[in-house]
Design a binder for this molecule. Structure first.
Ligand SMILES: NC(=O)c1ccc[n+]([C@@H]2O[C@H](COP(=O)([O-])OP(=O)(O)OC[C@H]3O[C@@H](n4cnc5c(N)ncnc54)[C@H](O)[C@@H]3O)[C@@H](O)[C@H]2O)c1
Length: 306
């Protein structure tokens, strides 16, 4: 049995910690949101009242938080992880953050005698629940090797991406491709429907043809086709619009830093920004499909006010 410390029990952290408990481990966790805490407690996660209590005696601490600013605040300061964990504790951040935040965590951890691994994940809420997430790790070889063992109950595949920040760099590139694929599935699904194709038949054709993608298989934005699609639940979030906007922004930021031109990512950002301007930041990112329908209405979505 391993003692895990955990900060962040949201859509991802909740099911990930549930899998650790199912595998027989002890998880002490902290989250600011009482509802998230109650849901995790029902799965056997021990809820504690602050970060210090979560990291006390942990062999490994994972953070699963929305953005870089949350990660920095949870690690830093007198209430944070660095001030309260033992330096023998391995630290792993699985949030999707900017490369600068990840570098800050690596450098500041090393300066304080900690080992840190950037360990972002791919596979969405369904992968988190099934324990099949793909983890991509960046850091020193020994830290990555140890992190791999701790990750095992939550994962279908762990890949060592390289040195510090290589995991997060891979994640940023992956998610940029995902959201471009989602845009493609959105445009394809709407054009197919408006050309009179049966949505189920077209999805089956795409599934065995060259349009197949993870987005098309898992998030297809048409109701009644894919069980894991948010379109079956009025586009309630499995992956929120604002988090998708964050990820595409991280890719565009990296594009500016490297000089790589990313026109398709820029287009996705425009559409996500339009949804946020409409007050839909909390809905599922696959609602991007609304942007391409002729009149902004899509099957499976009823605006709150109607
Ligand atoms: N949802 C997905 O499909 C998915 C997939 C892969 C990666 N990610 C990434 O994983 C991270 C988490 O995603 P999520 O969907 O679980 O987000 P979420 O918003 O559902 O959960 C984040 C949790 O962090 C908690 N939190 C925020 N600040 C805190 C603090 N200072 N102390 C303690 N708790 C705090 C919130 O209360 C919330 O419960 C994000 O970086 C996201 O980009 C998400």
């Amino acid at each position: 049995m391993t003692n895990y410390g955990w900060i962040g029990l949201g859509n991802m952290g909740g099911p990930m910690t549930a899998n650790l408990v199912k595998a027989g481990h002890r998880v002490r966790a902290f989250d600011l949101n009482p509802e998230a805490c109650a849901a995790a407690a029902a799965e056997g996660v021990e809820i504690v009242e602050n970060i210090a209590a979560a990291v006390l005696d942990a062999e490994v601490v994972f953070t699963m938080l929305p953005k870089g600013e949350h990660v920095r605040s949870v690690f830093d300061g007198p209430e944070g992880i660095w001030a309260n964990a033992k330096t023998s504790t391995l630290l792993a951040d699985s949030s999707t953050v900017d490369i600068e935040t990840s570098r800050f965590c690596h450098e500041q951890s090393a300066a304080r005698g900690f080992r840190f691994v950037d360990s972002p994940v791919s596979g969405g809420i369904s992968g988190a629940a099934a324990g099949t997430l793909a983890f991509m790790l960046g850091g020193a070889d020994d830290a990555v090797r140890d992190a791999t063992g701790f990750i095992e109950p939550m994962s279908g595949k762990v890949i060592a991406a390289g040195a510090a920040t290589a995991g997060i760099a891979a994640k940023i590139c992956n998610n940029m491709m995902l959201f471009i694929d989602l845009m493609a599935a959105s445009e394809g699904s709407q054009l197919a429907e408006h050309l009179g194709l049966d949505p189920q038949v077209f999805w089956e054709i795409a599934s065995v043809s060259s349009a197949r993608s993870w987005a098309q298989q898992t998030w297809y934005p048409v109701p009644g086709i894919v069980p894991t699609s948010a379109a079956n639940h009025n586009f309630d979030a499995t992956f929120r619009v604002d988090l998708a906007r964050k990820d595409i922004g991280l890719a565009l930021q990296a594009g500016i830093a490297t000089g790589v031109k990313l026109p398709a990512a820029g287009l996705v950002r425009e559409h996500l920004d339009a949804l946020i301007d409409e007050g839909l930041a909390d809905k599922d990112c696959s609602l991007i499909v609304k942007q391409v329908s002729p009149d902004g209405s899509v099957r499976g979505y009823l605006p709150e006010s109607s």
